[in-house]
Write a protein that binds this ligand. Sequence first.
Ligand code: ATP
Ligand code: MG
Length: 171
Amino acid sequence: MGLLIVFTGEGKGKTTAALGMALRAAGHGLRVCFVQFIKGSWRYGEIEALKRFEGLIDLHVMGKGFTWKSENMEEDARLAREGWDFACAAIASGVYHTVVLDEFTYLLHYRMLELATCLEFLAGRNPAQHVVITGRYAPEPLLAAADLVTEMRMIKHPLKSGIKAQKGIEF
Ligand code: ATP
Ligand code: MG
């Protein structure tokens, strides 16, 4: 039974939860496609670690130049569609046990993509296909469509006490 899983909320742990799931599947020899939707949000640590899982976990970074502060909304929307088309192809390929769409919620939140179209595609996917979506501000209809939703709630974050990002923790 393929699950639609969403990790959202303001607390830390969404991307790392998705990476943990990828690792777990890979341990069974199951293939994972991990698609990252925001440029620069790849952390060096996970890129290097995932290289060791070549052939099991495929990494793809979409939206070259995406910053979400772009003046050029047309260009952003075009890149969003390109990223979404890639994700659809990965989901439809039947090659992967799990497809992770990391930071994908932003494309929906900022209306770079039409939510209804995305939900329709996800609903029509192979019923055995697992899909994991991460990112803040997951829209309500996505939560309604999901089988599993976890909201990371920020209780404390070291940044608030002035502790900078550290190797192995944030990157
Ligand atoms: P991680 O990649 O560590 O699992 P995440 O995916 O939940 O975090 P994002 O919203 O994608 O978090 O933000 C990525 C970066 O921002 C991470 O380095 C994370 O530590 C940091 N971060 C996450 N939540 C907070 C927060 N509440 N306050 C400050 N920084 C945060
Ligand atoms: Mg993240």
